[in-house]
Design a protein around this ligand. Sequence first.
Ligand code: GLC
Length: 580
Amino acid sequence: MIAPPKKLYQSGFFVYCNVKFFISVIFFFCGWLSLSFGQSIDSDWWKSTTVYQIYPRSFYDTDGDGLGDLNGIIQKLDHVKSLGFETIWISPFFLSPQRDFGYDISDYHSIAPEYGDMETCLKLIAEVHARNMKIVFDLVMNHTSDEHAWFKESSSNKENEKADWYVWKDGKGKHGQKPPNNWKATIGGSGWHWHEGRKQFYWASFLEFQPDLNYSNPEVKNAMLDVARHWLSKGVDGFRLDIFNSIYEDTSFHNNPGSLKIIPSEESPDGFFQKMKYNVNQKGSFEFATELRAVVDSFQNPSRFMVGEVFGDVETTKKFCSYDGKNGLHTIFLFKTLSTPFKAKKWRNMVEEFETNFPEPYVPTYVFSNHDRRRSITPLGNDVRKAKLLAFFQFTVRGIPFTYYGEELGIEKPTLPLKTGLDPLAQRYKSIPQFMVSWTGQSLNRDECRTPMLWDTRQNAGFTSGEPWLPVAENFNEINVQTQEADSTSLMNFYKRVIALRNKNPVLREGTLTIDEELSSGDIFAFYRELNDVKFLILMNFSEREIQLKQLSSELFFSTHSSINLHSLQPLEGRILKVE
Ligand code: GLC
């Protein structure tokens, strides 16, 4: 090496250059280290990830108590990785009386003993990262369990330090025993509940034993932001935020106006003849999303992610991602997917709406089932061909795909009677006749969506050596991981193929999306994905008949079907063409 002239050598400029070089080397080394040892430093990792939702109680039981556990998740991580998923989201496993199976938390810092302990939880985070995957926790910020120490203190009298931590109001009427206003809970009935100790009502957006926290009190807000900080500092990669659009209530407590809507839907929380004007989708909740984002963004390398469970039309709920020009949640669930019929035109319109409202840098989500909703194969009449086309769409469209455990196997929805349901919603509605339940199209007994994962053909489908907490699907001999692994044409192996395709092709992960208006007609939905100089044409035939194709000068890249005809689309075929 030629020595620099002495003067330059001693000058500040030279020292500056050397320091810069040294810093670059360190950064390069750290980047290499993090990539090699599991942590991507890409701050936009969430935009192109794929998420697998695990309901811990039903996934895999390692201690024979009939309930899945964290250790079980650790043991099955290699399997989830082998499917190709990059992120897992786990429904809550914190200390809880389990009246709503974990969505009623009594201590945000402890693990429910039936699921494991803190050591196992930290091990789980480490094991996920060791596989270069991400782990997202389910954070219930809107409410606690009524057994949380905060609620116990708050409800003990009107003067204690936490007296204002929940939404308390005096009642109306002569003896103050009528609810303060007409607000309905999101599941129907008044959301106000009388507390004999305080001689007041408290507000609960969901069930009676899940009192809403009072976010107008800065102490509450800070306490909950600290809960988020706590888990982020343990290395958790982000949160799924439970009923996030119910966080704030309007402090005027005006009555809600009437509505003709009977049942709330994914796209509108209005229902029970009421517009949820003052208790849902409030300005305060949009603003809180930006505050939470600032906290989450203070954790970097790797950056973290949030997805909100919110209900309402796409235009309103997108405010959770961007309000007053500020960044909020990274993304939200767009639940229109759950109710959109399996028809080319309907899906085309849905994609157009999502693209219009969530253009780059926003990313829409595509979710077809979860622990509250039956798996996607049910509305498809348990037709595996349709389930394959759905998966083909989900992993080729621009967006974040969420798959609910067992969806990749095509686990069918059992019919479990409301009367004997363990789900608190089933208990609440147990007097409703079964035919009316079917009429609503909803699972009022969410046990039906939460039955055990089907691993193999052993007793209880290999889920537990004990007595499973919910019945195991009767047809587990045909539908289980082991059997589908061995069958190259199975739904699970199709998921593997299509996820691998997405993982390997940046154009499917990050490319832009444009609908082909001309080709999208009748039973065909067609769109392009494009990145740099790669362009794919995605074609889907939603019908049971073969459809002739115009002469396309494109190269066949992928098909859902093994035997294809270049001049026509087979019934229910999904195809990718590489456009020159
Ligand atoms: C969300 C959860 C649901 C839970 C409710 C109350 O909707 O998905 O399972 O019961 O919030 O926390």
